[in-house]
Design a protein around this ligand. Structure first.
Ligand code: SF4
Length: 250
């Protein structure tokens, strides 16, 4: 391939960091590679440290892409304005701050291919994306059979620490207190590691009327979750919503 423009969407997760590195390695010499990121206010601040270190290590500039309607890139603003936090078909925050912001940018910036951090075990997500949105997706990690675990190992070999959120037990580097999560274990983890965020979600979801957590087969308000409730084990380091968090849940 020569003379093409390839856009890599970097999500501050290990997989998209490796996808960016592999794209540069494979196509960088003869093509124009553009790296983009949607910063989200509810993500841990250390994500941006990771982004900067990866950019420096790979020698690239990462462009920030923001929503036209929500320039502060705040999920809380979206939930407040839409009076809606999440439902069976996804969450408005990811639609507005990630999907729509990305699509607007892609419309305004001609390109030939896009790269996402879909790993070898995510062929189905890759196929779904092709069917539902775009067929110009380069499956760089899938082509090279690179798994999530490989990505953590590769980033480690660069001497870069993963975003600290992983070490706190979270399964991905997405927003803390992600409203698409409905599992008891996830919310107990937020309550333990980030009590102030847990409190904020309790207050806002109660006001908006969103029952965020599933407990004993029923949806309940977060502030109704018993302090000693137990859920299933969280799959640590096993899931990266990344830019496309509309496609997954916890
Ligand atoms: S990670 Fe969760 S809270 Fe953040 S944008 Fe995606 S769905 Fe919304």
């Amino acid at each position: 391939m020569e003379g093409k423009t390839i856009v890599v969407w970097f999500s501050c997760g290990a997989a998209s960091a490796v996808a960016l590195s592999k794209t540069i390695e494979k196509y960088g010499e003869k093509n124009n590679i553009i790296a983009c990121n949607n910063p989200i206010d509810e993500e841990d601040r250390d994500n941006q440290r990771f982004l900067k270190e990866v950019a420096k290590y790979l020698g690239v500039k990462i462009h920030f892409v923001r929503s036209k309607n929500y320039p502060f890139q705040s999920c809380k603003d979206v939930w407040e304005y839409r009076r809606f936090m999440s439902g069976p078909y996804g969450a408005p925050c990811t639609q507005e701050l990630k999907k729509r912001a990305r699509q607007d940018w892609e419309k305004a910036n001609p390109h030939d291919y896009i790269v996402l951090g879909f790993t070898a075990e995510e062929k189905n997500r890759h196929e779904r994306f092709i069917l539902s949105e775009k067929d110009n997706l380069l499956p760089i990690l899938i082509q090279e059979s690179i798994t999530k675990k490989d990505c953590y190992r590769i980033v480690d070999s660069w001497g870069i620490e993963l975003p600290r959120i992983y070490k706190l037990g979270y399964p991905n580097a997405n927003c803390i207190g992600c409203v698409k999560a409905s599992g008891v274990s996830y919310w107990q983890l937020v309550r333990k590691q980030h009590p102030e965020i847990f409190k904020e979600r309790c207050e806002q979801s109660r006001r908006i009327g969103a029952k965020l957590v599933k407990y004993k087969k029923n949806r309940i308000f977060l502030d109704e979750l018993p302090i000693d409730a137990k859920g299933r084990k969280l799959k640590n380091l096993d899931f990266e919503c990344g830019l496309f968090c509309e496609e997954g849940g916890l």
